[in-house]
Design a binder for this molecule. Structure first.
Ligand code: FE2
Ligand code: FE2
Length: 321
């Protein structure tokens, strides 16, 4: 039987029955003091939240052992809450030994092969004229070679997919090259290094499995975050590689200012053009990713679901002119 994908969900109140991957699974207590199941389910096309209301103790016991990354079968009604599709779960169970499932249906992955994206990034580094920046980038890519091939760039939202971080960096590098053609005074190698390093410590900020699914934030990730973790890495590498203070500190500044606002973790705003551009390259790629994802399941001539990462906007998909 053909699998029903998350992006196929259309009719409100229609019932569906199929397998999905568990992205998060929690028993919570509602305002009515009754326990309910709060679950995020997904497949290669996207995620959807689900609730199973008023669950009983025996039911809770039957859920035992279900964890993130498991595949479960559910029967549910498609409903809508706050402009977003939500599943009202009727039944759920683990797969039977006889049910053969193809993991590729469930794992969301970047649209380009990781090896090709990595080759593109390596090529950019090889073409650098500044040997110091080239050394820093080469070390970052070498030291993180294994994780880079599958890590996502986030636990949810932009680039929360297998090899999502690589895809994010690769597209930013592509845009960076175009930007450097127009703004000829930018130091291209400095900007490219900024792009390659800016989120590299996400690899140590979050714990993710080889399907690119984040299970939790690490201890260091929670207490420091990838900007400060990144500064530590650059500091250590600069010392090791004999990079001048000026270059090292400029890289560190790009690292700590790339989120721009203090409330998003940046203690400084960008103080030179390459740092400013780095922030906008990051924004462009994250926003466009979220927009592309939201428009994927939207019918031409219709508006998307509300996107909470974009101030709850509903995006419009042209009817095709
Ligand atoms: Fe970041
Ligand atoms: Fe980023």
């Amino acid at each position: 039987m053909k699998k029903i994908f998350v992006t196929d969900f259309r009719m409100i109140d229609e019932e569906i029955e199929d397998f999905f991957m568990v992205k998060s699974f929690a028993i919570k207590v509602g305002a009515n003091k009754k326990q309910y199941l709060d679950v995020v389910l997904g497949d290669k096309t996207g995620d959807v939240t689900g609730k199973k209301w008023d669950i009983t103790e025996p039911e809770i016991q039957s859920f035992e052992g279900i964890k993130d990354g498991d595949i479960i079968k559910i029967r549910a009604a498609i409903t809508e809450w706050n402009g977003m599709k939500q599943l009202k779960v009727i039944k759920l169970r683990k797969p039977l030994a006889t049910e053969v499932l193809d993991l590729v249906d469930f794992v969301k992955a970047a649209p380009e092969p990781a090896a090709e994206m990595m080759a593109y990034i390596r090529d950019c580094v090889e073409k650098m004229k500044d040997k110091d920046f080239q050394m820093v980038c080469t070390r970052l890519l070498d030291d993180n070679a294994v994780k880079l091939m599958y890590y996502p760039a986030a636990s949810k939202n932009h680039h929360a997919e297998m090899a999502g971080l690589l895809y994010h960096v690769k597209r930013m590098l592509e845009v960076a090259q175009k930007v450097c053609q127009v703004y000829g005074n930018l130091n291209r190698d400095l900007l490219m290094t900024g792009v390659i390093m800016h989120d590299i410590e996400k690899l140590n900020e979050m714990d993710a499995n080889e399907q690119g699914i984040v299970s939790s934030y690490t201890f260091e990730g929670q207490l420091l975050g990838h900007l400060i973790q990144g500064v530590k890495v650059i500091d250590r590498l600069a010392l090791e590689l004999g990079i001048s203070d000026e270059k090292a500190i400029m890289l560190e500044h790009m690292m700590i200012s790339h989120h721009y606002e203090a409330e998003y973790g940046s203690p400084k705003k960008p103080l030179f053009p390459e740092a400013e551009i780095l922030h906008y390259l990051d924004m462009i790629d994250a926003k466009i990713y979220d927009m592309e994802e939201a428009l994927l399941p939207t019918e031409p001539g219709e508006f998307s679901e509300r996107i909470w990462t974009m101030d709850n906007r509903r995006l419009y998909k042209p009817s095709g002119f």
